[in-house]
Design a binder for this molecule. Structure first.
Ligand SMILES: Cc1ncc(COP(=O)(O)O)c(C=O)c1O
Length: 429
């Protein structure tokens, strides 16, 4: 097959006729398939049903230090949960606060606290004329939603396969005091599945921010979410690196067990310097008497230790790896021969990022929807939902069954080819 760029008008017209017929057939199937959100599938959730047996009415709900988990108290989480989540996050237990059921909630609280009360004695952001955040793009829509909600101006910074464009990050952070933070998904990023290189992490740790209260929001949501036993991405640990570089307080690191056990019923955590922890605890004590210790204990008893968690993640990988591979196989089969689109091939995480020819993403997603396939909205991966190239589409392969996913991808690639061919024809005319 010829690449679209090499086709003349007549060949492209023939291609459009053929694709329209294929598209019509799909429409007639009245499908309802969803590749929109990064949710685990049922089989993945079934892996954690043992959580329900880890505690029962006969269980001793005391911690190793004697704390009765059924009662109030323990603001920052039980020791054994700090130990387990610390191992997962590669941080010491003393640097960790265990929170409730969602890390996004912790991120929201962290921005909110800085906004109303300021970070470590600095002016609250609400009293400043302008507060800005750097947003590596494409990125995670819910990060952008938090900063948009607080009226924080978001500045796009391009992502590369080794992390954000660090020349730009360094230039902006060191020259503009109103830049107070950056959203990062350093490992198996949402949506590309990229992991930051050693050089990127080292450069982050060595930033020289103009703002004293600049913080890196290091969302390590996919820290142990590998797809393969062999090809696994590893990162330099950011808290340790910031300490070495003389910037010990510059980072807040977030994680949760959402995509390890049950999303929305897991445990979330923050790791940061002791100075930041003191600052946060002074607020937290007014917010809660303590989070859900029973759930913390349940997670500890279920996994035992980090080895248990790693073994558990292997079972997740066995379920979702074939789904990622099916998406990549179909993209390659249908789009490589016509030279349309670019996509990532992650070693972990929850997403594949697809870049359509400029100006096509919205039309592709609309077309897919009309054939019964729901994708993440075009534009969602950018602040203010504005993709300047109208190109990026996030593919979330985990939730549908393998058979549904293959059908959805067959439809998706027809939509991509049809949209691209029609656009090229329009441009010729
Ligand atoms: C990068 C990233 N951070 C956070 C979350 C949500 O985490 P939680 O369930 O802990 O709030 C997601 C979920 O998709 C995510 O992709």
């Amino acid at each position: 097959m010829k690449k679209y760029a090499e086709m003349n008008k007549q060949e492209l017209e023939e291609e459009v006729v053929k694709l329209k017929a294929q598209y019509k057939k799909f429409q007639e199937m009245n499908l309802n398939l969803n590749m929109a959100r990064g949710k685990p599938c049922r089989e993945q959730l079934d892996l954690s049903m043992g959580l329900m047996d880890a505690l029962n009415s006969e269980a001793d709900l005391s911690c190793e230090d004697g704390t009765d988990c059924r009662n109030y108290g323990v603001l920052t989480g039980i020791d054994e949960a700090k130990e387990l989540i610390g191992a997962m996050m590669e941080n010491k237990p003393e640097n960790i606060i265990i929170y409730g059921n969602s890390s996004l909630n912790v991120m929201y609280d962290t921005v909110s606290r800085a906004y109303t009360h300021g970070i470590m004695g600095n002016t609250p952001w609400c009293k400043l004329d302008k507060v800005k955040f750097l947003c590596p793009v494409p990125g995670y829509d819910r990060h952008f939603a938090i900063t948009e909600y607080f009226g924080i101006e978001m500045i796009n910074v391009d992502m590369t396969p080794t992390g954000p464009d660090m020349d730009r990050v360094e230039e902006l952070v060191s020259s503009d005091e109103s830049i107070k933070g950056i959203w990062c998904v350093p490992k198996y990023s949402n949506p590309q599945g990229y992991s930051y290189s050693d050089e990127t992490v080292r450069r982050f740790a060595r930033l020289k921010p103009a703002a004293k209260d600049f913080r890196i929001f290091w969302d390590n949501a996919y820290g142990i979410h590998h797809l393969y036993d062999n090809n696994q991405d590893y990162l330099i640990e950011i808290l340790e690196e910031c300490k070495k570089a003389g910037n010990p307080d510059m980072v807040y690191k977030f994680a949760s067990t959402s995509k390890i056990t049950f999303p929305g019923s897991g445990i979330a955590a923050l790791a940061t310097s002791l100075n930041n922890l003191d600052d946060i605890k002074a607020q937290l004590t007014n917010q809660t008497i303590g989070h859900d210790k029973v759930n913390q204990l349940r997670h500890v008893r279920f996994f035992g230790n980090i080895d248990g968690m790693v073994a558990h993640m292997r079972k997740h990988a066995d379920i979702i790896r074939p789904k990622f591979e099916a998406v990549l196989e179909i993209l390659d089969r249908d789009l490589t021969p016509c030279g349309i689109g670019d996509w990532t091939k992650p070693n972990g995480g929850y997403f594949i990022s697809f870049d359509a020819p400029d100006g096509c993403a919205k039309a592709i997603v609309d077309r897919a929807k009309k054939a019964g396939v729901t994708m993440t909205n075009a534009g969602a991966t950018y602040p203010y939902k504005k993709d300047p190239h109208d190109s990026n589409i996030r593919i979330a392969p985990t939730y549908p069954s393998l058979a549904d996913l293959r059908t959805a991808m067959d439809i998706f690639t027809v939509c991509v080819r049809l949209t691209a061919a029609k656009k090229m024809l329009e441009e010729m005319e």
